[in-house]
Design a protein around this ligand. Structure first.
Ligand code: GCB
Length: 606
């Protein structure tokens, strides 16, 4: 069980959540001297930087952009007097990849893992009614004992450089909001919900975790704010008469209000939007509220101009508008859990999310996107001595993700890894531990999967049987037999699909990635690779193959928008497989997808 509550920060009758976003002081620790020189008390220099944002691309100096090591953030926070007597925390939405937090020079938290929230308990250390100095040391190095995996090397001039085993830029820093939180000492810590629909009614099976021994009361309100029903006790069942279900692209959100009471006294109060819906896999179908669903959508990144991987509320809005325009109904949070606001928006807009833990790069290659795509790969990643430590970090991230995201109706599945080396026989115990943990942590027992690269074929993959549905990343027509060999690519793709078909797995398949790099500037008739015409042709070929197999129940094209990667011969200032440009304008392929997806019925092939 996590040592703190990951409930989304809210202001209620009993709680305060103050955002600390803005310009923070900032220093890069070039000489690795910050610890020795006590930067925890005050950092040197006059530089300031926005929070939330990635630090890298603001600067015009390449050495700064490519900095690997410790970076220090600092701000001064007035902890209001009225918080005295409450539990007080600093809450970081994410600090990439590891952070040590100091309050007035004293360490109050250490957290590893760059894409999930953590809390620093400052109840006994804060000076109330006064200014408190918050300093955060963040380290952005990559290694094989934490996810995502990669290497950090030292260059001849002594500078460190990261070498990711993954295909996105190693953006880092305080990329999500920071809050000063206060909650009552006795408080609501967590809630688990699961749903079943019985005719017109629904029942909500709930369990509330509480600090202290006060009584729990729950009240349910409809979308108009009218009272529906209530319940008492830490555990129980709420019957919702005439329930309005949360449906794909037609959401309905109730508000669940949870109170902690002592007689007539309100001790703590928390509320959350909830959507009543069931998720089940039945044979080759993915069922939402008992009805089969065909998933249409994207693999995405948190990536945009100016704040990079930092959360940007405007970019979020634009992305949802584009996804609605194109007829999508789902996305995967490749390759890490996204900012909490994105899940709240998906709940509201009725999108389905495959929530992915940051387990990417569990495949030793500096060009995994290429090696994996072509079927080249080593076979020993899961035999490395670092594996026990990596598994511990992976388990922790999985737990944080599930605890954070389990109550979003939009989250319908967990993706436990992206393109791991599942051809190594030692991968099986590693995967099994994680798949079991996901079920243990999730009261709703959502389906689990991992995104498989082309080596993970029926004959070579040791782990696909663990998946409740199969998620394939396939690049036929791009890394495999592109350009003039596109017909060969189609044949080869069909041959692989026939192999899967022959296994009669009786499970749904989705394509969690497929796509072609495309420069918005390039047009060519007849097409060549990298032209807009080729992206369209290749998608048409792949869709033809998807349409020939009834067990294919979803397609999430790679990628939603162009995004930044590390420098390399295979990348033109980033990955250009976007259906939209990085500035969120459509390439030609967007119109092809819009035509297809707005015409495919939700229960396509069922
Ligand atoms: C993949 C990876 C993704 C890459 C993509 C590509 O298989 O999962 O991170 O960006 O291929 O474009 O090569």
């Amino acid at each position: 069980m996590l040592e703190y509550s990951l409930l989304y920060p809210l202001n209620t009758e009993t709680r305060t959540a103050l955002k600390l976003d803005g310009m923070w002081r900032f220093a890069l620790d070039w000489k690795n001297e910050g610890d020795e020189k006590n930067w925890k008390n005050h950092i040197p220099g006059h530089d300031t930087i926005p929070v939330p944002a990635s630090f890298q691309d603001f600067y015009t100096d390449k050495k700064i952009r490519e900095f690997a090591g410790d970076m220090w953030y600092e701000t001064d926070v007035l902890v209001p007097d009225y918080m005295k007597g409450s539990s007080v925390y600093l809450r970081f939405g994410a600090a990439t990849h590891r952070a040590t937090v100091y309050l007035n020079g004293e360490e109050v938290a250490y957290h590893e893992g760059g894409f999930l929230p953590f809390l620093a308990d400052i109840t006994d250390k804060a000076k109330f009614g006064e200014s408190n100095r918050v300093v955060v040391k963040i380290n952005n190095e990559l290694n094989e004992t934490n996810i995502p995996c990669g290497l950090t090397v030292t260059l001849s001039d002594g500078r460190k450089m990261v070498k990711p085993y993954f295909d996105f830029y190693n953006y880092s820093g305080l990329q999500r909001s920071v809050y000063l939180l206060s909650t009552p000492e006795n408080s609501i810590e967590d809630i688990d919900l699961s749903y079943s629909v019985n005719g017109k009614d629904a029942s909500i099976d709930y369990e509330v975790r509480v600090k202290g021994d006060d009584d729990v009361k729950l009240s349910l309100y409809d979308e108009e704010g009218h009272f529906v029903t209530e319940a008492k006790g830490r555990k129980g069942i709420i019957i919702v008469p005439d329930a309005k279900l949360w449906q794909v692209r037609a959401s309905y959100l109730y508000t669940l209000k949870i109170s902690l009471v002592r007689g007539n006294q309100l001790i703590d109060s928390y509320q959350m939007p909830i959507g009543i819906r069931e998720v089940r896999i039945n044979g080759e179908n993915i069922l939402i509220n008992g009805s089969p669903v065909y998933m249409k959508g994207f693999g995405k990144h948190e990536d945009s101009d100016i704040v990079w991987r930092g959360f940007n509320i405007g970019v979020m809005k634009r992305d949802f508008e584009l996804m609605k325009w194109i007829g999508a109904n789902s996305f995967r949070t490749s390759h890490y859990p996204y900012d909490e606001e994105i899940y709240r928006m998906a709940d509201r807009e009725g999108f389905l999310i495959i929530d992915e833990v940051p387990a990417v790069g569990l495949f030793e290659s500096l060009a995994n996107f290429f090696d994996a795509g072509t079927g080249k790969g080593a076979k020993s990643f899961f035999s490395k001595p670092t594996i026990p430590q990596l598994l511990k970090a992976h388990m922790r991230a999985l737990e944080e993700m599930i605890v954070r995201d389990k109550n979003h109706p939009s989250v319908i599945a967990w993706s436990i890894l992206n393109e791991p080396e599942s051809t190594d026989a030692n991968s099986l115990p590693y995967f099994t531990a994680l798949f079991e943990k996901a079920h243990e942590l999730d009261k709703q027992k959502r389906p689990r999967t991992f995104a498989m690269e082309v080596n993970s074929s029926p004959t070579k993959c040791h782990c696909y049987k663990l998946c409740d549905f199969i998620a394939l990343n396939r690049y036929y027509g791009w890394y495999i037999l592109g350009g003039n060999e596109i017909d060969e690519a189609e044949n080869k793709f069909r041959a692989e699909m026939d192999e899967w078909k022959a296994l009669h797995l009786g499970k749904p398949f989705i394509f969690s990635e497929y796509g072609a790099d495309t420069l918005p500037s390039e047009h060519k008739l007849p097409s060549v690779m990298w032209s807009q015409e080729y992206q369209v042709e290749m998608l048409e070929m792949l869709h033809r193959v998807f349409d020939s197999y009834d067990f294919v129940k979803g397609e999430q094209v790679w990628a939603f928008a162009d995004f930044q990667t590390t420098d390399g011969l295979m990348r033109v200032n980033g990955n250009k497989k976007g259906i939209f440009t990085r500035q969120r304008q459509p390439k030609d392929a967007a119109f092809l997808l819009r035509k297809r997806w707005t015409n495919l019925p939700l229960n396509y092939k069922c």
